[in-house]
Design a protein around this ligand. Structure first.
Ligand SMILES: *[C@@H]1O[C@H](CO)[C@@H](O)[C@H](O)[C@H]1NC(C)=O
Ligand SMILES: *[C@@H]1O[C@H](CO)[C@@H](O)[C@H](O)[C@H]1NC(C)=O
Ligand SMILES: *[C@@H]1O[C@H](CO)[C@@H](O)[C@H](O)[C@H]1NC(C)=O
Length: 305
C-alpha cells in the first residue's frame, strides 16, 4: 500500500527505530565474551539473575553488582540515578566492557540502561506544545537499543524474578513512552497534506484491560521469529494515520502477541483462546460493525492446514 512506502522514508518511524537499533548493534558489536562464556560462568549467570553468586573472592570485572542491586532497592528511581551514572562512569570502555559485565551478571547492564533510558525520557526538553526535542529522542533511541540488545533474550519471568527494581510491565511502559515521543515528533513535522485519508484507532490496555495479558513480554517478543506482532503494533502506535477519536476511525487495530506468549510458555493454547474470546467481548467498538473494521495480527512461522 502506498502509505507504507511513504512511511519507510520518514526518520522517526518504527523503521527508523529499527534502523537505529541495527546501527547500534553495528557500532556496538557484542564481544566474543558474551557469545561464548565458559559453561560454568553461563550456568551461574543464568542460575542467579540477582547476581548473588558474585562475591569479592570470585571477583567481578569492574562493578560490584550485588551491591548495585542493594542500592537500587534502597534508593528507588529517580534517587538511584547518581548510582547509575556512577556505573556508566566506571565503564568508559563502552560496549566491550558492557559485554564483559553482562557475561557475569545478566541483569546488571540492562538495569543501568533501563534507568538511563527512563531518565532521558523523563527529563527531555519539550517545546511549549509538549513536543520533545529531536536530539533527545535520538539519544533515547540509542540508549533503549543498547538496553534491548542486552535484555531481549531474557524471558519476562526471569526478568521479574530477578527483581532488579523494574519488571516486564515497566519495560512495556517505557517502550510506549518512547513510541509516544516518536508520534509527537511526527506531529511536529507533519503538515496539511496527510496521506492517505484513512484513520486507524489503536486499542490499548488502559481502555481495555483485557488486552494486558496479551501485551506482556513486549521486549521479549519484539525480536526474532514473533517480532512481527510487536513491529506492526509499533507501526500503528506511531503512525500519522492513527487517531485517538474512535468516532472518526475507519479501522480499529487490536494489538496482541498471541503466538509469542504461547511459544514463550506464558499461556497455553486454550488460555490464549480464552483471552481472545474475553477480549472480543470487551472491545467497545467491535459490535457496531460486527468486527469487520477490526484488524488483528497473528504472526507465525507455521501454517495450519
Ligand atoms: C524484591 O527484593 C526486595 C528487596 O530484597 C524485596 O523487599 C521484595 O519483596 C522483592 N520483590 C519480589 C517480588 O520478590
Ligand atoms: C510540507 O509538505 C511540503 C510538500 O509536501 C514539503 O515541501 C514541506 O517541506 C513540508 N513541510 C514540513 C514542515 O514538513
Ligand atoms: C457485543 O456483543 C456481544 C454479544 O451480544 C456481547 O456479549 C458483548 O458484551 C458486546 N460487547 C460490548 C462491548 O458491549
Amino acid at each position: 500500500m502506498p502509505f507504507k512506502m511513504q512511511k519507510l522514508h520518514m526518520p522517526w518511524t518504527p523503521q527508523g527505530l529499527l534502523f537505529l537499533a541495527l546501527l547500534g548493534s553495528i557500532l556496538c558489536p557484542p564481544a566474543s565474551g558474551i557469545m561464548d562464556p565458559s559453561p560454568e560462568e553461563k550456568r551461574l549467570a543464568w542460575k542467579y539473575p540477582d547476581c548473588s553468586h558474585l562475591t569479592a573472592e570470585r571477583g567481578y570485572a569492574l562493578v560490584d553488582w550485588p551491591e548495585v542491586r542493594r542500592e537500587l532497592h534502597l534508593n528507588p528511581y529517580p534517587e538511584n540515578m547518581p548510582a547509575v551514572f556512577g556505573i556508566l562512569d566506571k565503564l568508559r570502555g563502552g560496549s566491550a566492557e558492557y559485554d564483559e559485565e553482562a557475561r557475569l551478571c545478566i541483569m546488571g547492564i540492562p538495569a543501568v540502561f533501563f534507568f538511563l533510558t527512563k531518565w532521558t525520557v523523563d527529563t527531555m526538553d519539550r517545546d511549549e506544545h509538549g513536543r520533545p526535542d529531536e536530539e533527545a529522542v535520538k539519544k533515547v533511541t540509542v540508549q533503549y537499543s543498547i538496553f534491548e540488545n542486552y535484555i531481549s533474550a531474557l524471558h519476562p519471568g526471569l526478568i521479574n524474578a530477578a527483581n532488579w527494581t523494574f519488571d516486564d510491565l515497566q519495560i512495556g511502559r517505557l517502550r510506549r513512552q518512547i513510541l509516544q515521543c516518536y508520534r509527537q515528533l511526527e506531529a511536529k513535522t507533519a503538515n496539511g497534506s496527510k496521506f492517505p485519508p484513512l484513520k486507524v484507532y489503536v486499542y490499548d490496555e488502559v481502555d481495555v484491560p483485557e488486552l494486558e495479558p496479551l501485551l506482556r513480554s513486549q521486549i521479549y517478543c519484539s525480536r526474532g521469529q514473533w517480532g512481527t506482532d510487536v513491529q506492526v503494533h509499533d507501526f500503528f502506535a506511531t503512525s500519522s494515520i492513527r487517531t485517538d477519536d474512535p468516532a472518526e476511525a475507519d479501522f480499529f487495530f487490536v494489538p496482541g502477541y498471541a503466538i509469542c506468549v504461547l511459544e514463550g510458555n506464558l499461556y497455553t493454547l486454550d488460555e490464549v483462546d480464552d483471552l481472545y474470546k474475553n477480549l472480543v467481548q470487551a472491545l467497545p467498538y467491535f459490535n457496531a460493525s460486527g468486527g469487520r473494521d477490526h484488524v488483528f495480527v497473528f504472526g507465525s512461522g507455521m501454517a495450519q492446514s
